[in-house]
Design a protein around this ligand. Structure first.
Ligand SMILES: Cc1cc2nc3c(=O)[nH]c(=O)nc-3n(C[C@H](O)[C@H](O)[C@H](O)COP(=O)(O)OP(=O)(O)OC[C@H]3O[C@@H](n4cnc5c(N)ncnc54)[C@H](O)[C@@H]3O)c2cc1C
Length: 470
């Protein structure tokens, strides 16, 4: 591609209108920036940022980009923690922000929305009619982003499944500009071929999702409980027992390690037992059923050695306990105003306590830069999903930060391979391509690359991500 940014912008303005095309450096920085701990560089910036309003406009943009070999990076809300929205080859950053259409069809028992609709908006709108969105990611993240990554946020996988289990249909624009519809309007999902399943979880490399149709889930009754434990790994043992005893699974089961708890208790002025905490949201179709299920967990916590465990009835206390969890990541970073990078480790269930213990002590005795960071452990323990946030001084040089980021992704790969894990929240592309190749091998990786070539012969969509360019 040897078109200059102004030429590209000129064509895009004819498609979407002047006010939806941006070439100013601030807008370009905003669409290149991620939560990576070092500043974006000029080479990271897209040439143009465009905000199309619908599939037809996106189709025109992709036809033009495909004909001229221009890279197009799709941007939902840019909250992915594997930084798939950072352009690797300049070109166009395409925001789905204006795809805001939202329609709840109770008579059909599904809702349909534009890919740019925020998870928080959908959760509120469905909640008002007594329905629950089985995607509990960041409120500011987009439905299209969550479906492209096939993520559910904090929820327990075995309860509501993932987007691929709840999506009835998609509208997708292919890199060559064709607009396709997949799936069904009836509640019966198609057996056999359903192309929606190819695009869900493909992290934006095969097409741009413009519309999502999902089944409606009535909002269940819920009861929250908390358990305090002397150590983080004790929580791992309890979760193993929860599955072993076939107890009704909580729709959301979170934990916070000792260090992050300490920061949270200080912040909220909470006088809770020293150690780690587990907080769960049990569900039922009646309040009695939800309460019974929550009490089963409280009994389990107590029988497994919790220093205390009880049902969270007081709304303020409930908010504070969830606050300790929700803010573990932010506080970990703010404590000393530091840069940060978080990883995921999803061990096989029997090794959950061991992996938790290793993460709690992961920085001790290390000679590399990770040894100089402070780590905070927390996560979605209901789905045996662990996070560890590494925080480090902002005054480190960019080179030093880039080095520690490489070390941390490498450490994540080692731990995930050791404990049999996968990327459960954020997907693979681009930072986990080495991990994917080592875990599944070149034949499997080759299949992804061949699918990319088939759908996107000029490699315009999210160029560089499947190659693992960072
Ligand atoms: C503080 C914090 C906490 C988080 N906690 C969680 C958590 O607990 N669990 C979890 O799962 N995630 C979590 N995330 C990650 C993130 O919120 C989710 O991955 C979210 O679903 C991403 O949505 P997004 O709209 O921001 O996607 P983006 O970051 O914009 O995009 C993600 C990927 O999807 C592609 N994409 C986006 N929209 C489309 C589309 N319409 N068509 C095709 N491709 C598209 C992008 O190109 C990119 O490759 C967290 C993020 C932050 C910042």
């Amino acid at each position: 591609m040897n078109l200059n940014p102004e030429e590209i912008a000129h064509v895009l303005r004819k498609i979407v209108g002047d006010e939806y095309v941006f070439t100013d450096v601030f807008e370009r920085i905003a669409y290149a920036d991620t939560s990576l701990p070092y500043d974006v560089e000029e080479t990271d910036l897209p040439d143009v940022v465009v905000h199309p309003s619908d599939a037809r406009e996106i189709s025109e943009i992709l036809k033009y980009a495909n004909a001229n070999g221009i890279a197009v990076t799709t941007y939902g809300s840019g909250t992915s923690l594997i930084f798939g929205t950072k352009p690797k080859h300049r070109g166009i950053s395409l925001s789905t922000e204006r795809l805001k259409y939202f329609d709840i069809r109770e008579d059909h028992q599904w809702f349909e929305c534009g890919a740019g609709v925020k998870a928080g908006y959908a959760i509120d709108a469905l909640g008002k009619l007594g329905y629950f969105l089985p995607i509990q990611t960041q409120a500011g993240s987009s439905i299209g982003g969550a479906v492209s990554v096939n993520t559910i946020g904090h929820l327990t996988d075995n309860v509501f499944g993932r987007p691929v289990n709840n999506v009835l249909a998609l509208e997708v624009v292919l890199p060559t500009g064709e607009i396709i519809e997949t799936g069904s309007e009836c509640l019966r999902r198609s057996a056999g071929w359903d192309l929606a399943r190819i695009f869900i979880g493909s992290e934006g490399i095969l097409g741009i999702i413009t519309k999502v149709r999902m089944v409606l889930h009535p909002t269940p009754e819920t009861v929250d409980a908390v358990g305090f434990f002397k150590s983080t790994e004790e929580i791992g043992r309890v979760i193993g027992l929860m599955y072993e005893k076939k107890l009704p699974l909580p729709m959301d089961g979170e934990f916070v390690g000792e260090k992050a708890c300490k920061v949270g208790y200080e912040a909220y002025g909470l006088d809770f037992p020293e150690g780690a905490l587990a907080v769960t949201r049990s569900m039922g179709w009646t309040k009695e059923e939800a309460l019974r299920n929550a009490n089963l967990l409280v009994d389990l916590f107590k029988s497994a050695g919790a220093t205390d465990a009880f049902i969270l009835e007081d709304e303020t206390l409930k908010k504070q306990v969830w606050g300790v969890r929700e803010n573990a990541m932010r506080w970990g970073q703010e404590k000393g105003l530091k840069g940060y990078l978080a990883i995921e480790v999803n061990p096989v269930l029997p090794r959950l306590p061991e992996a938790m213990k290793e993460l709690v002590h992961i920085t001790e005795g290390r000679k590399d830069l990770i040894g100089e960071t402070s780590n905070y452990v927390y996560g979605h323990v209901g789905s045996d999903s662990l996070h560890c946030l590494f925080a480090f001084p902002y005054d480190w040089s960019t080179e030093k930060m880039k080095q520690v980021v490489d070390e941390i992704w490498n450490l994540e790969k080692e731990l995930q391979l050791k404990y049999g894990g996968v990327g459960g929240d954020w997907g693979w592309l681009p930072h986990r391509v080495p991990f994917y190749r080592e875990k599944y091998g070149e034949v499997s990786y080759g299949i992804i690359k061949k699918m990319k070539q088939l759908f996107d012969p000029n490699n315009i969509l999210n160029r560089g991500n499947v190659e693992g360019e960072v």
